[in-house]
Design a protein around this ligand. Structure first.
Ligand SMILES: Cc1cc2nc3c(=O)[nH]c(=O)nc-3n(C[C@H](O)[C@H](O)[C@H](O)COP(=O)(O)OP(=O)(O)OC[C@H]3O[C@@H](n4cnc5c(N)ncnc54)[C@H](O)[C@@H]3O)c2cc1C
Length: 337
């Protein structure tokens, strides 16, 4: 009997994590990634990559499911961060402050290395007007390096890839036993899902090696130092489909971030970038038997992770791969999985 054939649509962080998880769970399967954009061309590549398990942004998903996704991701990232290759894979601990005017989800505490509420004196010393804040040691997951690492893992495990644009999943009927749809924002058109909508973001990458800790606020201002740059953000424009750089947004980001750390204003700007967070309430992680003229296609959808795609990437990949295995165990019980 031929090995089972799994197609993964999408080579963003969600597609790569899903593909590697499928390989780990089904070592005899043939896994192929189909995508028209890889690595630097994806939305995932542009993300800041601060691990913030702030699950309150994810509407409509049962709390226990979100906890599982974030816990699986945190454990995986911490394992990489503790390895000798942490720098190469772009996953490492990072300390800083989350400043806001409310309490954060208490789950946060158990998913990061350390987490402590700031005292009023400490808030005052930081010169902030926020009424609350936390000193946190969490993780940075630099998307470009992390995705390169995932792609290497995928290829090492025998994975194949096809660079092509799909106009419908019907094009995959008969080619795969199961297809996992990780097409992010473009699921809106690929599977006609109007519940997926963009929340446009814009960031500035600067060269500021003197900034060693992150500051994240709930008011569209964040500063995230990484291996080779510092990311300044951001904006959240709901239902805005433009990925053009806007000068007005850029100035706003610089002004807000300079209120947190004035020296960012004088730093060299390395890159401006805008992208669309693929929001969906709820995230779609479920199976569907899609019926087309040319036949049926068993699909596991895994898209719509909004502003949390990097943070949740490994956990949702674990979940999606289990759905693939469950389906195959029922439909092809005699196969070597
Ligand atoms: C400014 C900004 C900052 C962010 N910061 C963070 C952060 O700090 N932490 C965090 O967790 N998240 C962050 N995010 C969110 C994160 O970037 C997304 O949630 C994540 O990238 C979604 O990944 P994805 O794999 O689903 O989609 P994508 O990265 O968009 O990948 C989609 C893939 O599907 C393929 N595809 C789609 N349609 C087709 C088709 N028809 N045919 C062939 N291929 C197709 C594409 O080619 C691509 O390979 C940020 C986002 C933005 C915009």
């Amino acid at each position: 009997m031929l090995p089972v054939r799994i197609g993964v649509v999408g080579a963003g962080v969600v597609g790569l994590c899903t593909a590697v998880n499928v390989q780990q769970l089904l070592p005899h399967a043939w896994v192929t990634i189909i995508a028209d954009n890889f690595s630097e061309e994806t939305t995932s590549d542009g993300a800041g990559g601060l691990f913030r398990p702030t699950a309150e942004f994810i509407k409509g998903v049962p709390p226990d499911t979100i906890k599982q996704w974030t816990r699986d991701s945190a454990e995986y990232f911490m394992k990489i961060a503790a390895s000798a290759d942490a720098g190469k894979f772009g996953v490492f601990p990072m300390s800083g402050y989350h400043l806001l005017n409310r309490e954060v989800n208490p789950e946060y505490k158990s998913l990061v290395y350390s987490f402590r509420q700031l005292t009023p004196e400490e808030l005052q010393k930081l010169g902030t007007t926020y009424s609350n804040g936390y000193a946190i040691t969490t993780l940075i997951v630099e998307p470009r390096k992390y995705m390169a690492f995932l792609m290497t893992e995928f290829r090492k495990n025998g994975g194949q890839s096809q660079k092509r644009t799909l106009h419908s999943l019907e094009e995959l009927v008969g080619q795969f036993d199961v297809v996992v749809n990780c097409s992010g924002m473009r699921s809106r058109w690929l599977v006609n899902d109007p519940l997926v909508y963009p929340v446009r973001g814009q960031i500035i990458k600067i060269n500021a090696p003197w900034i060693k800790s992150f500051i994240y606020t709930d008011d569209d201002a964040y500063i995230i130092p990484r291996g080779e740059d510092v990311v300044l953000g951001g904006v959240r424009h709901t239902n805005d489909f433009s990925t053009e750089i806007r000068e007005q947004d850029k100035q706003g980001i610089l002004d807000r971030c300079a209120r947190l750390i004035p020296s960012v204003k004088k730093a060299e700007i390395v890159k401006d970038w805008a992208g669309l967070r693929p929001h969906r309430d709820p995230v779609r992680l479920e199976t569907e038997n899609m019926k087309f003229k040319s036949g049926d296609l068993q699909v596991v959808h895994n898209y719509g992770h909004g502003g949390n795609g990097i943070a949740l990437s490994w956990g949702v990949g674990v979940h999606a791969s289990k759905l693939v295995k469950d389906y195959l165990a029922k439909s092809r019980p005699m196969s070597r999985l």
